[in-house]
Design a protein around this ligand. Structure first.
Ligand code: HEC
Length: 113
């Protein structure tokens, strides 16, 4: 009896503590951790649909991992897009967000896919 009570207590504790952790992750509360912009998350939501496997593999869009294009080219492509191929994100992202996305692309390992 006491053992199962402890177990239930533990489960409650776990589920209670996991709620605020998840909330911190949500984009609605970016100020909590000092506001570091997560390029990987931005990429996953806006780009991953076409740039498969987080940009590591070709899908509707080309593979981005291991790109030899300069940063300015990548940023320009994101802002301007490509007629009939990739949407223009224009001012959807701040410069800081654009740099976070480029930093994310640079961090990808080219796995040869
Ligand atoms: C609707 C599909 C689609 C979405 C969404 C999309 N892309 Fe693209 N992207 C493409 C296609 C297709 C190309 C190839 C265009 C071309 O022919 O140059 C491309 C090209 C690029 C290039 C240039 C690659 C190179 O070496 O020439 C970059 C960088 C890029 N995308 C980044 C992004 C980022 C970052 C996002 C999200 C903010 C994004 N894309 C969203 C389809 C997409």
């Amino acid at each position: 009896m006491t053992a199962s009570r402890i177990l239930i207590g533990l489960c409650l504790l776990v589920s209670l503590t996991s709620v605020p952790v998840g909330a911190e992750d949500s984009p609605a509360a970016p100020a909590a951790g000092g506001g570091a912009i997560d390029g990987e998350k931005l990429f996953a939501t806006s780009c991953g649909f076409c740039h498969q496997d987080g940009g590591r593999a070709a899908g509707r869009g080309p593979k981005l991992a291991g790109s030899e294009r300069p940063d300015a080219y990548l940023i320009n492509r994101i802002k301007v897009g490509k007629e009939g191929a990739m949407p223009a994100f224009g001012r959807a992202f701040s410069d800081t967000q654009l740099h976070a996305i480029v930093a994310y692309i640079r961090s990808l390992k080219d796995t040869g896919k």
